[in-house]
Design a protein around this ligand. Structure first.
Ligand code: SF4
Ligand code: SF4
Length: 148
């Protein structure tokens, strides 16, 4: 059965939403935490474009973002995932289930960028045969596509 957000609103905390001037890692003013979006039919484009691997990849239930404290976001038009770590749970990245998911992405030729802490410090894990420069170029192109 397809995964659902039911009970999770972590992306509405971790993501930056330029249209709302919402910075990273702060709860959105329109978020009913643990319930959902109060303006869902009219939510901004950035929210609509967000691609959550838990939902689209129908990941193991242990990887539900509200429980594992990490949101895996697929960037558009490239083989790159962001792993956004809830700053309230900085050690979430060391949990076995999260590490296994990152390993699986790398094996499937996706590069992974973890982002954590108040300054969103980034750590890049490269898929085989890909260079750092190639990844950052693709990230910039993806951000332009998302208007970030
Ligand atoms: S992080 Fe994923 S599962 Fe959680 S609310 Fe956002 S889209 Fe739904
Ligand atoms: S507008 Fe809605 S979907 Fe977008 S971040 Fe806020 S609560 Fe989440």
């Amino acid at each position: 059965m397809q995964n659902t957000c039911n009970g999770c609103t972590l992306c509405c905390k971790l993501l930056a939403i330029p249209e709302l001037k919402k910075p990273l890692n702060t709860s959105c003013q329109f978020c009913a935490v643990g319930v959902g979006c109060n303006i869902y039919p009219n939510r901004p484009l950035s929210c609509r474009k967000f691609n959550c691997l838990y939902i689209t990849g129908n990941l193991d239930k242990k990887l539900k973002p509200k429980d594992c404290h990490v949101v895996f976001e697929k960037l558009p038009n490239c083989a790159i995932y962001l792993a956004l770590i809830d700053p309230d749970f900085p050690n979430a990245i060391n949990e076995e289930v999260v590490k296994n998911q990152i390993t699986q992405l790398l094996q499937n030729k996706f590069s992974v960028i973890t982002s954590s802490g108040p300054n969103s410090t980034k750590n890049l894990m490269l898929a085989e045969g890909v260079t750092q420069e190639e990844v950052w170029t693709k990230v910039n192109q993806a951000y332009k596509l998302m208007n970030l």
